[in-house]
Design a protein around this ligand. Sequence first.
Ligand SMILES: Nc1ncnc2c1ncn2[C@@H]1O[C@H](COP(=O)(O)OP(=O)(O)OP(=O)(O)O)[C@@H](O)[C@H]1O
Ligand SMILES: [Mg+2]
Length: 395
Amino acid sequence: MKPLLDILLVDDDQVDCLAMSRFAETRCLPYRLHIASSLAEARSRLQTGRFDLAIIDHNLGDGTGLELLHELQDIPAIVLTGAGSEEMAVEALRLRAGDYLVKDPERRYLTLLQPTIERTVARRWTERELRKYTTALEREIAQRTLAEEQLQQHRAELAHVARLSTLGEMGTTLAHELNQPLCAISNYARGGLRRLQTGAGHEGSLHEALKQIALEAERAGGIVRRLRDFVRKRGPRKSTADINEIVQNVVQLVAFEASRRDIAIHLNLAEGLPGLLADSIQIEEVILNLLRNAFEAIEGAQVAQRQVRVVTERGGNEVRVAVHDSAAGLPADLGERIFEPFVTTKPDGLGVGLSISRSIIESHDGRLCPIPGSLGGAASQFTFRSRREARAHVA
Ligand SMILES: Nc1ncnc2c1ncn2[C@@H]1O[C@H](COP(=O)(O)OP(=O)(O)OP(=O)(O)O)[C@@H](O)[C@H]1O
Ligand SMILES: [Mg+2]
């Protein structure tokens, strides 16, 4: 059996109301009609009752039925208009009435009553269901976006911590790098002072000393700036990048550490590589992680040959970057697990270097994986699409 519909009938014509009630009764239609003969009465009924549908006459003694459409909230409505008032009917539909019926003196419109009511109620039900699903879907999307943002944030925090720990370990390098320009500044300044005191200084020589002091100070500033950029917390920022330049920056950063450990770094950098759309600092971080792993592996393996090779090359639409070392190779028992966070075989390792590096490369639509090494030890390679390819992919 169909559920009984509570219908609010708003009409000041009592004969029409009676006709509609009779029609519903004699046909045994599943309707319970609640009659309001004015706008005011309809409003008060809406305050207290719950209705499945409203049928509203357009012309009421105290206003137009259209005024009520705004106040129905989620109740679907059918508007009754007189013959020849199609414009009003269109206006009613614009105001979100579900349908309209045109009253005629013979009340033939009553035969259309039931299908119109059923259609209007069914449409509203579908709308409601759709809205429910849309809301659920939107909530789900919002939750996923939030989770993704939190994951990104988490990765960024982890990367920052890893960078800070790298910086800590690079303390000796930093001190050495900064010491050179500072010594030079001190020497030029002392020389200038001595010349001034002995009266041997002429304008030309002092000018040269001051120029050198300025140059060395800029060099020291550059070192600090590079490190500050490297450690600073910041969101990803992609721009056109030259991979060989990135490799050379990192190699400069670790050059002192390599020589202290007696490790030779060889560069095989292909010429004429296409530009990349990449976040240079993040890519520096990946190469730094791979180089540090190589250094630590050589240290741990105590091999006679102490070498690392960085290779850049083109392969089809890709640019490839690989770091090879002459240590003992990757731990066979760990397999792919070395890319999981906190997996480490080192007493002081965090085990995050490779997992951060992989997520950085994946956020650049690339891949990071082990390849056969050319120096007897391990080798890791990452790939990128060239800038043009990356743009085409985004588009
Ligand atoms: N070049 C390599 N040769 C041999 N083993 C390696 C090499 N690179 C990585 N591994 C292995 O993979 C593990 C995980 O490396 P990962 O860089 O993620 O962490 P970690 O170096 O141990 O610590 P962290 O990088 O956080 O300081 C290492 O502990 C090591 O066992
Ligand atoms: Mg590491």
